[in-house]
Design a binder for this molecule. Structure first.
Ligand SMILES: Cc1cc2nc3c(=O)[nH]c(=O)nc-3n(C[C@H](O)[C@H](O)[C@H](O)COP(=O)(O)OP(=O)(O)OC[C@H]3O[C@@H](n4cnc5c(N)ncnc54)[C@H](O)[C@@H]3O)c2cc1C
Length: 351
């Protein structure tokens, strides 16, 4: 019998597992293959950097990738405008980042990183978790369940199904790259998606991806690639293709922190920016808040966790308010034409 079962060891689950007091008997479960990365831009935002600084965590060099990029090229295909904006991200290898956070989890936590959580049932005050590995199936019992299992969370789907949230499909492909200059771009095109698409360079690879409505995501992704090719980008050999669900939190009511000994952190709680899809900072911050509350042995964890995540929800409200300015063609044109915060590129032409 465990005091706490954490389902998912992304940035949210591994942060929580690292911070929980040793007095608790904790099991942390993840289905991930340590060789396969989550489909992600792998950009560490200033907010995420700040949380790492609060934890006094420095990133090892091998988590970073080449090159570090200081601006985003915003391509508005519908209005035919391109602008550069300054950005303060760290370009990193997402797989190595996740594995690094897991490496910080203390030994007292029992890690099952080869197990998929198939089912969670409640029997009186105990939760029975059915775990499946390649060869076996077994049941573990816990008094508290933490859903840190990202988009399409089994914990959220089991206990908070009524709390609806938009689910998109993210697809990205990695290509060998020896000819295209490295850059990071955000692409807006209503025909492709009502969210956004991107390209990014990482080491010797050029990555193209997007977040699409679920029913015709493949067709939309092919359309994106065609448009990127037509803009002059050369696609070399395909190295890998990644995909996952992503929660698009278009209403603050879709955020769900949980109650009655079943709590959600990170993307499972809907804590991800719907405008930029940035979510690592929310994952680590929500984990930190929940760990502090659980460690204090508080009564009424659900209520306290809900209240203490108010700041996160306020930040998310601002991100939701940004949506029309990013995704409405007319408003986006106004903003981009205004020139606010645009970086003027220095011309290197010889006279
Ligand atoms: C295409 C894309 C690009 C993104 N780019 C960025 C970016 O550049 N910067 C940024 O900050 N954010 C980005 N995000 C958002 C970011 O990836 C997430 O917000 C963040 O990973 C959430 O962390 P998490 O720990 O809550 O969930 P996740 O990182 O999704 O981790 C969930 C974990 O749970 C495990 N799991 C799931 N279900 C089960 C199960 N049933 N049994 C066992 N284990 C399970 C998974 O294996 C996974 O390890 C991006 C998202 C997408 C989709």
């Amino acid at each position: 019998m465990y005091d706490i079962a954490i389902i998912g060891l992304g940035p949210a689950g591994s942060t929580l597992a690292r911070l929980l007091d040793k007095k608790y008997k904790v099991i942390a479960i993840d289905k991930k293959n340590p060789e396969i990365s989550k489909c992600c831009g792998g950009l560490l935002s200033p907010d995420a950097q700040k949380i790492l600084a609060q934890f006094d965590i420095c990133l090892p060099k091998d988590v970073l990738v080449d090159p570090q990029i200081f601006s985003v090229k915003t391509i508005d295909i519908n209005n035919n405008i391109e602008n550069f904006y300054q950005r303060f991200y760290i370009n990193m290898n997402r797989l190595k980042f996740d594995n690094f956070l897991i490496s910080l989890i203390p030994n007292n936590i029992e890690i099952c990183d080869d197990s998929i959580c198939k089912k969670i049932e409640q029997e009186d005050n105990i939760f029975c978790i059915t775990l499946k590995t390649k060869k076996t199936e077994r049941t573990e019992k816990a008094k508290i369940i933490i859903g840190a299992d990202g988009a399409n969370s089994i914990v959220r789907n089991t206990f908070y199904k009524k709390n609806k949230i938009h689910k998109y499909v993210a697809i990205q492909e990695w290509y060998e790259n020896s000819v295209n200059s490295p850059f990071y771009s955000c692409i807006f095109d209503k025909e492709i998606t009502d969210s956004y698409s991107w390209t990014i360079s990482k080491d010797d690879y050029f990555i193209v991806g997007g977040a699409f409505p679920p029913n015709d995501s493949n067709m939309r992704f092919e359309m994106l690639k065609e448009k990127v090719k037509n803009s002059g980008i050369f696609f070399e050999k395909l190295v890998k293709r990644e995909g996952c669900f992503v929660y698009l939190n278009k209403s603050i009511m879709s955020t769900c922190t949980g109650k009655n000994r079943v709590y959600l952190i990170g993307e499972a709680a809907g804590m991800i920016s719907p405008s930029s899809l940035e979510g690592i900072s929310y994952a680590m911050e929500s984990a930190k808040i929940l760990a502090e509350i659980i460690n204090k042995d508080c009564e009424n964890i659900g209520y306290r966790y809900f209240m203490k995540t108010l700041k996160i929800r306020i930040r998310l409200i601002f991100k939701i308010l940004k949506i029309p300015f990013m995704y409405n063609k007319f408003l986006r044109k106004l903003i981009m034409k205004s020139g606010i915060k645009v970086i003027r590129k220095h011309s290197t032409k010889n006279t």
